[in-house]
Write a protein that binds this ligand. Structure first.
Ligand SMILES: *Cc1c(COP(=O)(O)O)cnc(C)c1O
Length: 400
């Protein structure tokens, strides 16, 4: 490791809590699909801050909008109305099946908002109970409600007692879900495409059956689109790619191109369950983040970014499938748009490290999956460049 970076890594380990197992590189600046470390080494980035940097690095319009808004009004509290927040809400409502939005600052907070509105809704409707069903292998974040909803034991260890009345069932298994539903169930929460759990898309028929079940039993259907939403599937929301409309949806990651933001959207009949004082966030939807969000929306809808994801998402699938024919260590290729993964029967960590060595950033998912969640601006030439490096890295790691 180069000296400057080694010193920074050492210092970082001394003063920052050890919650992350980080790669020993320190990043400095980026441009488009590329990012440079503090020693000047260049990487092509298919992580994008884990599906966050939707417009890539140093996007001229996004940078300009943020700078201008910063000199105008960064924050003023939700005691007042602001143009950027209402403009972003308008974009989201107009391009979805939802009527209203609540803004917060992260994915986990958007999940907390969904869990709270589900229970408020149950109370408002005088339902028999307020139990929530979520999926095994899901990931919903790290606050207490969100981590309880997360269907992975490793994230629960040492934190008990968790939130009561939340249970987990196997994903893509309608019968298991049906058996878990009782008169006390008030909501079902799931990721249409499980991200952190290993890029596992829901089956369309499964979602259709759940929709029907929820309609019959007056259960809220809530989609966690924190990772798969905001253009990643080639539509604004992943549910639009499936044609199955939930009652509530959450999103965050890519919404403001890297400025922290989160949101929970709902149809009016659910939104009514929140009255003044029921929920709040100091920073939620502040002017700076909301202005950045509007800039992202304009790129998606007015500058062809959704089309880009649709077109190049197909190209990415084709190239990954070609790679699979060449390397038997790839046991599956799955996902949609710019949210795809390859499953490997060799250690993913070795492959990711070999890629970093060669100037490509990738991130794992689950135990045996490498995921591809690049900026939505990725073009064919970037995909080709990534595939060439991955090809070399797989060839090396297969022999280990
Ligand atoms: C990342 C993620 C979260 C948590 O988001 P944070 O901003 O880290 O709190 C929740 N749900 C899904 C599907 C995610 O991918």
């Amino acid at each position: 490791m180069a000296e400057k970076m080694e010193a920074l890594v050492k210092q970082g380990n001394e003063v920052v809590m050890k919650t992350y197992s980080r790669f020993p590189i320190a990043l400095d600046h980026g441009e488009g699909m590329y990012v440079w470390d503090i020693e000047g080494k260049k990487y092509i980035d298919f992580v994008a801050g884990i599906a966050v940097n939707s417009l890539g690095y140093a996007h001229p319009t996004l940078g300009k909008v943020i700078a201008e808004q910063a000199m105008k009004l960064i924050h003023c509290s939700n005691l007042y109305y602001t143009q950027p927040q209402i403009a972003l809400a308008q974009w989201l409502v107009e391009h979805s099946d939802f009527d209203k939005v609540f803004f917060c600052n992260s994915g986990a907070e958007s999940i907390e908002s969904a869990l709270k509105i589900a229970r408020k809704y149950a109370k408002m409707k005088a339902k028999a109970g307020n139990e929530v069903i979520t999926m095994l292998h899901s990931f919903h974040g790290r606050t207490y409600g969100a981590v309880t909803a997360t269907g992975q034991e490793k994230y629960h260890k040492g934190l008990e007692p968790l939130l009561p009345d939340v249970c987990h069932v196997p994903f893509n298994d309608f019968e298991a879900l049906q058996n878990a539903v009782t008169e006390k169930t008030c909501a079902i929460l799931l990721e249409p495409i499980q991200g952190e759990g290993g890029i596992l898309p829901a089956e369309k028929e499964y979602l259709q059956k759940i929709r029907k079940l929820c309609d019959e039993k007056d259960i809220l259907l809530m989609f966690d689109e924190v990772q798969c939403g905001v253009g990643r599937t080639g539509e604004l929301f992943a549910y639009q790619s499936y044609g199955v409309v939930p009652d509530v949806a959450t999103f965050a990651k890519g919404l403001a191109g890297g400025v922290p933001i989160g949101a929970m959207m709902a149809k009016n009949f659910v939104a009514e369950a929140f009255q003044p004082g029921d929920h709040a966030s100091t920073f939620g939807g502040n002017s700076l983040a909301a202005a950045a969000g509007v800039a992202v929306m304009k790129e998606l809808f007015e500058n062809g970014l959704l089309e880009n994801v649709k077109k190049n998402g197909v190209y990415l699938t084709e190239q990954l499938k070609k790679l699979q024919q060449k390397h038997t260590c790839i046991t599956d290729v799955r996902g949609i748009g710019f949210m795809q993964g390859i499953e490997l029967n060799i250690p993913t960590g070795d492959v990711i490290n070999a890629c970093i060595e060669k100037g490509l950033l990738l991130v794992g998912a689950g135990y045996d999956v490498i995921r591809f969640v690049p900026a939505l601006i990725a073009e064919q030439k970037h995909i080709d460049e990534m595939i060439a490096i991955l090809d070399d890295a797989l060839a090396i790691c297969e022999k280990l």
